[in-house]
Design a binder for this molecule. Structure first.
Ligand code: GZL
Length: 307
């Protein structure tokens, strides 16, 4: 700005450097830390000044951070909403202040799509479908009951809602595949271990674990081994993310299948920020490309894995 506090000019640094305010969910998983690194590295690379806040997985902290970015008159606001609902008020405040917003990673359920310029992230329903599809194929031709336990992501988050839906839709094709218990592990190793311990106490006949991210799967592996069972053999495990620790467990045979969810959104986000700042039209929905990994594919991919 020109130093005149009343100036409506956005951005508060002397030169025309773009100022981006980013509100991150937290640091709950390996995926999240890789995502943060991608955003911080790409901002530096793009010459964009990054104001970064970690909300420790609390929505009220994200709302506070967004309000602070509005006060500071940043050029663009981007955030990964920890849960889907409760954003309309603060996003209207950003819109009224003339500050464009970009959603990354997770979606919001607001019907008013004018509240953000673009949403870049994975299709979590597809991720759930890929997990379910693999399980249906794994048990093709079998008729005996297959008991599944599910560790859900953060309650109310888009990845938890959608990964649950996609998986359930696919396994409906095989009536012998049954989810006998489903509970949130909040995307963390600690909670994943704790809930899996409870599942193991309540059920002696668990055949499969579907965990909405690697970190909860890794916590569950500790619980399964603590119960004297072999993860990947006595209890088959499917997870989502494909971060390094998950891929290592897959290569070691403790996980059976991983659906990738790429955290490397930084470069595309910075391109979007520049376009939005320049007032150019941008795609409303940008999908990250990602794949799936078997144990063999993990062994091949590990040496060159970026995260
Ligand atoms: C998915 C992301 C999820 C990851 C978890 O895009 O929101 O949050 O799957 C992370 O590991 O905690």
């Amino acid at each position: 700005g020109d130093g005149d506090s009343a100036s409506s000019g956005s951005g508060n640094s002397g030169d025309d450097k773009i100022v981006l305010g980013f509100s991150q969910v937290g640091a709950e998983s390996g995926w999240r830390t890789a995502n943060t690194k991608s955003i911080q590295d790409s901002a530096k690379e793009a010459g964009i000044e990054l104001k970064f806040s970690d909300a420790q997985q609390k929505q009220e902290n994200q709302i506070k951070a967004i309000r602070s970015f509005i006060q500071q008159k940043v050029d663009v606001i981007a955030f990964s909403p920890v849960v889907e609902s409760g954003w309309d008020t603060v996003l209207k405040e950003a819109k009224d202040a003339g500050i464009p917003v970009i959603l990354t990673d997770r979606a919001v359920d607001s019907p008013d799509t004018s509240l953000y310029k673009s949403f870049i992230g994975s299709d979590f329903v597809v991720e759930g479908e890929r997990a379910g599809d693999w399980l249906v194929k794994e048990y093709a031709g079998k008729t005996e009951p297959v008991n599944i336990v599910e560790l859900q992501g953060t309650t109310g988050s888009a990845p938890a809602n959608d990964r649950k839906k996609g998986f359930a839709d696919k396994i409906a094709a095989a009536p012998n595949l049954k989810i006998i218990a489903s509970q949130t592990g909040d995307f963390t190793r600690a909670k994943g271990k704790e809930v899996m311990e409870a599942f193991l106490k309540a059920h002696s006949d668990i055949d499969v674990l579907y965990a909405h991210n690697d970190d909860m799967g890794l916590g569950a592996i500790e619980a399964i081994e603590g119960a004297g069972k072999k993860p990947g053999v006595d209890i088959k495990i499917i997870t989502v993310d494909a971060v390094k620790d998950g891929m290592q467990a897959l290569a070691d045979g403790k996980i059976n299948f991983i659906v990738e969810c790429s955290p490397l959104l930084g470069p595309q986000l910075m391109e979007l920020v520049k376009k939005v700042k320049a007032g150019e039209a941008v795609e409303a929905r940008i999908l990250t490309n990602e794949t799936t990994f078997t144990q063999e594919q993990a062994k091949a991919a590990l040496p060159t894995r970026q995260y």
